[in-house]
Design a protein around this ligand. Structure first.
Ligand code: UD1
Length: 422
């Protein structure tokens, strides 16, 4: 397995181009199963999770052509299989996103239950209950969700908890249902809005995207379209923190500042000068050490759980004491233990991590445990003295396109060390 090797201590300075959003590309690719025509999707990031979703579409019989320049063409008309098997779902929970589209378009879907994962239980009960409310007949058997329906019927669904992929699955299914569906307590994440934009471009009738109430008038069929995926706010946020943590300056190009309000506010609290344009964001620490910030994760527009680990790394070297409270995923503190291996002073009390900033971290071998946890280790490695070696970086490749090249462009001393199969 590949490793990343980082020599810490370089103040980053430069520009980085942000890729398409993983969490928008995945539901959009799943939604490509819905229409009766071929479609073009642009700005698709080259990531391991995207490859997994493409492999799943291929397995279902859809024709997928990956072109140059991050463009993917999907011809869903040849879809002839309706099972998302365990081997694929276990490597990527977002495979659950094919459940709604397969059921709505073909009347059947067998999707393996994702099971537990490193950041908590992550159930899918709200996906299942919502589809049942739309008239699906669903059994859980042999580790699979087996869903059947003739035509789904519009319904009013009140989600118990705000769920991103749950909202997406139900919104996709409702597009082809008979009648009106209202989803209350819907997720408001920009990626949900982007998916709604894609569905609308295929002829779906959706109102309220970006609010907590979605109203979907079902249509009989959807047509093809040409759509560009929005930029990845989490990737942008991660590079901006990389600028801040090293006391440097980083400009993220092809980014949408309005999607990062909560994150930019925390960077300002940390002492950074933040400047934004229509499609760029710049963070400049002017050589200063960041000040500790308090983080509490919440559904959008609150502070994103996917940026929590990166700010824990920032707090680890900041001046003062910062706290991190994770309210979305109960187990998302694994990176804290690895950060301690680099010398961070972190105490976990219940669901709060108390982080006393230290003057310096020192490089060590560490292990990536999940996607964003790995990002926090990379950030810590950028400021740690000496060499930090990060193992199991397949987690990083799931969500960051060519991270070592992009950080390298900013001046970081980072390289990928290819490994064997183990
Ligand atoms: C998505 C993102 C992930 C992000 C997360 C929260 C994708 C592909 N992934 O994950 O990067 O960290 O949103 O912003 O977009 N829940 C239930 N029952 C359900 C579904 C969820 O109880 O049926 C709970 C979860 O356990 C969790 C909370 O709802 O506590 C939010 O999870 P959810 O928004 O569903 O996360 P994902 O969609 O899996």
């Amino acid at each position: 397995m590949d490793k990343l090797e980082i020599q810490g201590g370089v103040r980053l300075d430069g520009e980085v181009r942000i890729s398409g959003a993983k969490n928008a590309a995945l539901p959009i690719l799943a939604a490509a199963l819905l229409p009766h025509a071929t479609l073009q999707i642009r700005n698709v990031p080259r990531l391991h999770d995207v490859k997994t979703m493409i492999a799943l579409l291929d397995r279902l019989g859809a024709g997928v052509t990956v072109g140059e320049n991050c463009q993917v063409e999907v011809d869903p008309t040849s879809t002839c299989e309706f099972t998302a098997p365990y081997e694929l779902v276990k490597t990527m929970r977002a495979s659950i996103l094919v459940l709604g589209p397969l059921l709505a378009r073909h009347g059947r879907a067998d999707v393996s239950l994702p099971g537990g994962c490193a950041i908590g239980a992550r159930p899918v009960n709200l996906h299942v209950d919502g589809l049942r409310a739309l008239g699906a007949d669903i059994e859980i058997e042999g580790g699979y969700i087996r869903a059947r329906a003739d035509r789904l019927r519009g319904a009013r669904i009140v989600l118990d908890t705000v769920t991103v992929t749950g909202t997406e699955n139900l919104m996709m299914a409702a597009c082809l249902a008979d009648g009106r569906t209202v989803i209350e307590n819907a997720a408001r994440e920009p990626e949900v809005v982007d998916l709604a934009g894609f569905l609308t471009a295929m002829g779906a009738r959706i109102a309220g995207a970006g609010t907590d109430t979605l109203v979907i008038e079902g249509v009989e069929r959807l047509h093809g379209c040409d759509y560009e995926v929005l930029p990845d706010r989490i990737e942008a946020g991660t590079y901006l923190v990389a600028g801040a943590i090293t006391g440097g300056r980083v400009r993220a190009r092809n980014a949408r500042p309005q999607h990062l309000d909560a994150v930019l506010a925390k960077l300002r609290d940390a002492g950074a000068t933040v400047t934004v344009g229509k499609d760029w964001i710049e963070v400049n620490m002017n050589g200063r050490r960041p000040m500790a910030v308090d983080i509490r994760t919440a559904p959008h527009p609150g502070f994103p759980t996917d940026m929590q680990a990166q700010f824990a790394a920032l707090d680890a070297v900041a001046e003062g004491v910062g706290t991190v409270v994770e309210t979305i995923f109960e187990n998302r503190y694994m990176h804290m233990l690895e950060l301690r291996r680099l010398g961070a002073d972190i105490r976990i009390e219940g669901h709060t991590a108390v982080i006393h900033g230290v003057d310096r971290l020192s490089g060590a071998p560490v292990m990536a445990t999940d996607l964003r946890a790995s990002a926090s280790l990379v950030l810590a490695g950028l400021v740690a003295q000496g060499t930090t070696e990060i193992q199991r970086i397949y987690h990083i490749d799931r969500g960051y396109e060519r991270i070592e090249e992009k950080l390298g462009q900013l001046g970081a001393h980072i390289k990928r060390v290819p490994g064997g199969s183990h």
